[in-house]
Design a protein. Structure first.
Length: 323
């Protein structure tokens, strides 16, 4: 979740044709779908002539999205597992090769002959696999809008899942998934009491300054349970980015939400984050610190994906009913 570099615009139109593979899913006749991706400052346009058959997912988030659509048999590689995989899709996940703990090298990535890749936008930057190297090799790239747009909400996520359905020719599966998730969301919201609004600071990490969430999916999902992100609206155009402690102190949040990582980064960094905050003299007057009101949550439950709706009633109860 790194800051995207917008260095310029290079438009590359690509028509990708893949070798026909035996489909073990029921598909409609494939209708070529256009999509684009802004990667490392360049804009790429894609229009596959047939549905991609060899997918690599470079993010746990997109891995779980694809597995929710039962696309595991087309996935030839995954990477960047930040915590234990979502239990409902674990059996399918275990059958897919793991190419790297973090990001695979270009050589490892290309060794599985991918025709499609997805993940966070920074997965296709100089930090990882440069788009300008893999796109010319016939690899189409799609980055879900719900993961990158500061205007994203739950409907953006649903549209991303429908877009995956179009790209892979499994529209019916995607439509059924979205319909079921919408029904689940409506049920969840109807069961959540009309709590008075509370303010929250999302403390992801720090390097002198806090790395936090500003605008987009996570802030909009918190709104559904009467929680206002203190950084929402303070940095137009940003989702995850660096904030400052002065704004945290002035906003005086009632709750501090702490995403935890249990993969290659570390076993569980929750205690270290709490200790860091409580060691800051200037934070001692903040309501959340005075009341030790810290909420521990997995990162995958705060970002777009199958878990983000399931967690809403749990978060609502922890935030609003904590003594």
């Amino acid at each position: 979740m790194m800051k995207k570099l917008l260095l310029g615009t290079l438009v590359i139109s690509a028509l990708f044709s893949v070798t026909a593979a035996a489909e073990n899913k029921t598909e409609q006749a494939y209708v070529s779908v256009e999509f684009s991706a802004k990667l490392d400052g360049n804009e790429y346009h894609f229009k596959p002539e047939t549905s991609p058959q060899r997918i690599v997912s470079l993010s746990q988030i997109t891995t779980e999205m694809l597995l929710a659509l039962d696309l595991g048999d087309r996935m030839v590689g995954t990477a960047f597992l930040e915590e234990p995989i979502y239990p409902p899709v674990k059996a399918a996940y275990d059958k897919i090769p793991v190419l790297a703990e973090k990001w695979p090298s270009y050589e490892v990535f290309m060794s599985v002959k991918p025709d499609f890749a997805t993940g966070w936008a920074n997965s296709f930057s100089k930090l990882a696999l440069e788009a300008n190297k893999i796109v010319p090799e016939g690899v189409a790239v799609y980055v879900p809008e719900s993961m990158t747009s500061p205007k994203a909400d739950v409907n953006t996520y649903f549209n991303d899942m429908l877009k995956f359905g179009e790209i892979f020719g499994v529209q019916e599966t995607a439509e059924k998934y979205v319909a079921a998730e919408k029904e689940k969301l409506n049920t969840v919201i109807s069961q959540i009491q009309a709590y008075p609004e509370k303010t929250a600071f999302i403390f992801d990490s720090q390097d002198g300054k806090p790395y936090t969430f500003f605008d987009g999916y996570t802030s909009e999902m918190l709104k559904l349970i009467s929680v206002k992100n203190i950084f929402a609206g303070k940095n137009t155009g940003k989702t995850w980015a660096v904030g400052n402690w002065e704004d945290v102190i002035m906003s005086d949040p009632e709750v501090i939400i702490i995403p935890v990582y249990k993969g290659f980064r570390n076993d569980d960094d929750y205690d270290q984050k709490v200790a860091f905050i409580e060691a800051m003299p200037e934070m001692q007057g903040v309501k959340a610190v005075k009341n030790k009101n810290y909420i521990k949550v997995n990162l995958s439950e705060l970002v777009p994906g199958p878990r983000s709706i399931d967690i809403l009633p749990v978060l609502a109860k922890e935030i609003h009913e904590k003594p």
